[in-house]
Design a protein around this ligand. Structure first.
Ligand code: TYM
Length: 335
């Protein structure tokens, strides 16, 4: 008998344009996993509502995220690729998990603290319970593997807590533990070009490379990336900015090219202009086909509607089973 495939789930918020961090932290692995696992991938539009004060751009962003995922190689016929709000069972499970979520714990979540700092005028309860909704997304399909970047690790730990609490409180083994996944490697954190933190959808736009950037824009951003004056003495530690550039180079250049620049750095003879040229050429070559393909998909109403409907149907079939199991375990069954 064929071994049951492990279940994979992940999501991306439609709050802006996808960038290299989203690609290398998430989408690349979606594509790598789609042939050998049962996969559920979604556009987290409900999560986006936690920070949006108006929703005028939501439709465009949702369509863009869908199109960019497909342009990167995600195949909606192989996976369930859906919009979170098209699967209302998500909200039902979110409600059940809210009974297992302690306010004190949620207040200590680093992502919540960051958002309070960024949006002090909009600290809503949805923001506080953001990780509860994320746990519901994952556990709705009883997934065990979650391809994400490093920044999502804490949310995964919270999801494991709720799975265990649920099983413990209501009995049974309804929910498994889910773990962040990157093929056994450390979770990705793609650095920003200014050497301060990571690439992000909405902050530091000139320090983030988007999958929709034109060739000229990519070259311009990389030209402007922060560097330093080279290794002060052989073996000296790299500045964060230069280490970040090397990390990006590794994503698009061959081992030989990377080794050459590393040796130059160690020898104190590195020419950052040459390294940036190499990096820009690699990035342009990587991004241009994705950008062009995404543009065509984004404007295809009939196709987008079809895949959204097909994705929602697959996700709802899986969700219905889980909701039934959860209700039975809780005791919400009266006849
Ligand atoms: P979001 O939309 O911020 O990011 C989507 C994915 O991209 C990864 N990522 C990065 N990886 C490496 N380097 C970076 N600079 C970088 N920036 C972003 C993120 O780790 C993520 O994998 N809460 C989630 C969305 C979500 C979700 C889920 C994820 C909702 N429900 C269920 C997994 C499972 C978020 O805000 O991701």
């Amino acid at each position: 008998m064929e071994k049951k495939r492990e279940i994979v789930m992940s999501g991306i918020r439609p709050t802006g344009f996808l960038h290299l961090g989203n690609y290398f932290g998430a989408v690349r692995n979606y594509v790598r996993m789609q042939d050998s696992y049962t996969c559920y991938f979604m556009v987290a539009d409900l999560h986006a509502l936690t920070t949006l004060s108006e929703t005028r751009d939501l439709k465009g962003h949702v369509r863009r995220v869908m199109a960019e995922n497909i342009a990167c190689g995600l195949d909606p016929d192989k996976v369930a690729f859906y919009c979170q709000s098209h699967v209302p069972e998500t909200a039902e499970l979110y409600l059940f998990f809210n009974m297992l979520a302690y306010v004190g714990e949620l207040e200590k979540t680093p992502t919540f603290k960051d958002k309070v700092r960024l949006h002090p005028q909009n600290v809503n309860a949805g923001l506080l319970t953001y990780p509860v909704l994320q746990a519901a997304d994952i556990l709705l399909h009883r997934a065990t593997l979650v391809p994400v970047g490093k920044d999502q690790e804490q949310h995964l730990e919270i999801a494991r807590n709720y799975a265990n609490r649920f099983n413990h409180r209501y009995g049974g083994e309804v929910f498994p533990e889910a773990y962040a996944f990157n093929f056994g490697e450390a979770l990705a954190k793609v650095p920003s070009l200014d050497g301060t933190g990571k690439m992000s959808k909405s902050e530091n736009q000139m320090a983030t490379i988007y999958l929709s950037d034109s060739d000229e824009m990519i070259v311009k951003k990389i030209k402007g990336a922060k560097t330093d004056s080279g290794a002060a003495e052989p073996g000296a530690a790299m500045s964060e900015a230069v280490a970040g550039l090397f990390q990006l180079l590794r994503l698009v250049a061959s081992e030989d090219v990377v080794s050459k620049f590393e040796a130059d750095y160690q020898a104190g003879t590195i020419r950052y202009g040459d390294m940036k040229k190499e990096l820009a050429a690699g990035m342009v070559q990587f991004i241009a086909p994705i950008r062009e393909k995404a543009e065509a998909i984004r404007n295809d109403d009939v196709y987008l509607r079809r895949i959204m409907e097909q994705g929602a149907a697959k996700a709802r079939a899986s969700a219905a089973v889980t909701i039934q199991l959860a209700k039975e375990a809780i005791g919400l069954k009266y006849y």
